[in-house]
Design a protein around this ligand. Structure first.
Ligand code: NAD
Length: 246
């Protein structure tokens, strides 16, 4: 399949890592459906990405809305007649130590980070199985692989992404639909800008390559897994973390 005929859905695409993923997939010629909660940021996306209107399709959606997100995916498949890539990238943090964590903070993070990926995966699977090809990429995290103080909710949701990835890969492999995860380490975005300086210093000291990652570092790994260059790779977790997780 020529990469420039592919249609990709990227969630949480309005800023940060998701925006760079959209940029990278557009540069490969893919049609990108950019999904995000924040319509003001989505409105700025075509100019920010300098993308031709027919290649970038921005849609406002809360990906925890099961009916809405499923309907969006069905509508995209119907409109373009194909669906090749889903990147489950939307994510939030509500950090706090375990003993003080409120139920609401647990539930919100699991719902956005993990449940939405299940909803999206279930919905695209039908279309990808019919087309006998597809690539699903789930955004997990170093915290999901190693755990992280103050992130019981976030690490649990991201560890859940690994289980979802491996099970999806096993269930869909016979029809040539692949599913992999990308595990970023400490990447410079608004999510990490919000951390206190002390937490940033600790994180930096743990990175063998001695720098924070850029959103583009993650986007290039996602683009590889979205492309046919990774046709024989499924059920894997690719760390993009400057060497932290081994
Ligand atoms: P970000 O906060 O900059 O961007 C996240 C985007 O997701 C935002 O545009 C936001 O509006 C959108 N979003 C949030 N909830 C949504 C919902 N319910 N429906 C639709 N869109 C929603 O974050 P980022 O740093 O770019 O992170 C992107 C992904 O990478 C997340 O899954 C995050 O957990 C993961 N990650 C980030 C880092 C890092 O260091 N930045 C490290 C590991 C993993």
């Amino acid at each position: 399949m020529a990469e420039n005929e592919k249609v990709a859905i990227v969630t949480g695409a309005a800023r940060g890592i998701g925006r760079e993923i959209a940029r990278e997939l557009l540069s490969m010629g893919m049609t990108v459906v950019a999904v995000d909660l924040k319509d003001d940021l989505l409105a700025e996306l075509p100019a920010a990405l300098d993308a031709p209107g027919e290649k970038l399709d921005c849609r406002t959606m809360d990906v925890t809305d099961s009916e809405g997100f499923t309907g969006l995916i069905d509508a995209v498949a119907e409109q373009y007649g194909r669906l090749d890539v889903l990147v489950n990238n939307a994510g939030i943090t509500r950090d706090g130590l375990l003993m003080r964590m409120e139920d609401a903070d647990w539930e919100a993070v699991v719902k956005v980070n993990l449940t939405s990926a299940f909803i999206g995966t279930r919905a695209v699977a039908r279309h990808m199985l019919r087309g006998r090809s597809g690539s699903i990429i789930n955004m997990t995290s170093y915290s999901g692989l190693e755990g992280n103080r103050g992130q019981a909710n976030y690490s649990a949701s991201k560890a859940g992404m690994v289980g979802l990835t491996k099970t999806t890969a096993k269930e869909l492999a016979s029809k040539n639909v692949r599913c992999n995860a990308v595990a970023p380490g400490f990447i410079k975005t608004e999510m990490t800008d919000a951390l206190p300086q002390q937490a940033k210093d600790v994180a930096l000291s743990l990175i063998p390559l001695k720098r924070m990652g850029a959103p583009e570092d993650v986007a290039r790994a996602v683009a590889f897994l979205a492309s046919d260059a990774s046709a024989y790779i499924t059920a894997q977790v690719l760390s993009v973390d400057g060497g932290m997780h081994t």
